[in-house]
Design a protein around this ligand. Structure first.
Ligand SMILES: Cc1ncc(COP(=O)(O)O)c(C=O)c1O
Length: 320
């Protein structure tokens, strides 16, 4: 097991949403507030970073190299995590970095942003690994972390979160735990941790960028790897259910998701981003409406920077 480098303020709150439930006329929604994780605006990504940074420090790394797109919450959080841990950070970035709030945040943390000048998302993991190898060969030890921090080590963060949740539930049993799936590390870790602590609740992964079949295979493989690292039982694949929320495209919401995100803002004051939060929240509301008395737990994973940026952009066109 790697040593954790503490970043987050844990446990994050587990709350109910009485005004939202009243407005929807449905059963209780429990919300795990990782948007309030207490490290920058890292949201769910503070959890994997505690382990990834811990492992990087243990390996003697002076530089953490990662990759992503201009909207990546992970890249901004990784830059800040590396900084507070006394490491440099380099980010291999696809797409256009200019004017992107998360890129500005990464730069404010001191990260060196290296744009590829291309829109190929897949290549940045290999380029980050190459850059880390190049730095190490020239005498500066560096580690590469793939997009989203979704390795078995990164997934340890959400395996810890399962035990945190079980303690907060204190015997209550929601009908499902709903959270978004991007690179998959959060759901994978959660599945591993829930199996470990005997929390027998289905996990509904809301896939925002990939077809559910490919997500299932990669998430389950990562969950098994994570369980093996912890020396615990592998998760039951039947506990993972997937919702296809690719909708109108990455970072774009349907009219219904938009309307529900506005309701969440106006009843509970939650900020939901258009890539992860609005989609997963809407899937949780679908479950609540389908089985009105059963409580559903929705994991608010953050996305605060893009959520605010979206509101600002939308107001230039229309008034929300
Ligand atoms: C706000 C937010 N929620 C959810 C996710 C998805 O988490 P994962 O990549 O572990 O599947 C991300 C990924 O970057 C994210 O930024």
């Amino acid at each position: 097991m790697t040593p954790r480098f503490p970043l987050a303020v844990l446990p994050t709150p587990l709350v109910e949403a009485p005004r939202l439930s009243a407005a929807l006329g449905c059963g209780p929604l429990l919300v795990k507030r990782d948007d309030l994780v207490g490290f920058g605006v890292a949201g769910n990504k503070a959890r994997p970073l505690e382990h990834l940074v811990g492992a990087a420090r243990l390996a003697g790394a002076q530089v953490l190299v990662t990759g992503g797109g201009p909207g990546s919450n992970f890249c901004a959080a990784a830059a800040l995590a590396a900084r507070v841990a006394g490491m440099r950070c380099e980010i291999v970035l696809w797409g256009d970095p200019e004017g992107a709030p998360n890129v500005a945040l990464a730069r404010a943390a001191g990260a060196c942003v290296r744009p590829t000048g291309r829109s190929d998302r897949e290549e940045v993991d290999a380029l980050a690994a190459e850059r880390a190898a190049e730095l190490t060969a020239s005498g500066t030890p560096a580690v590469a972390v793939p997009r989203g921090g979704s390795t078995a080590v990164g997934a340890l963060g959400f395996a810890d979160a399962a035990a945190e949740l079980a303690a907060q539930l204190a015997g209550r049993r929601p009908s499902a735990v709903v959270l978004p799936v991007g690179s998959g590390g959060s759901v994978a870790g959660l599945l591993a941790g829930m199996a470990e602590c005997g929390l027998d609740v289905p996990v509904v992964g809301v896939s925002v960028s990939r077809p559910p079949e490919s997500v299932r295979a990669s998430v389950l493989a990562l969950a098994r790897e994570c369980a093996a690292l912890r020396g615990t039982v592998p998760p039951d694949p039947a506990q993972l259910r997937l919702v296809d929320a690719r909708g109108p495209g990455f970072g774009r919401t349907t009219a219904l998701e938009d309307e529900r995100a506005r309701l969440a803002l106006h009843t509970e004051g939650w900020l939901l981003d258009t890539t992860y939060g609005a989609e997963a929240f809407s899937a949780a509301v679908d479950l609540l409406l389908a089985h009105p008395p059963d409580p559903v737990l929705w994991w608010h994973t953050g996305g605060t920077v893009p959520a605010v940026a979206h509101i600002e952009t939308a107001q230039r066109g229309t008034t929300p």
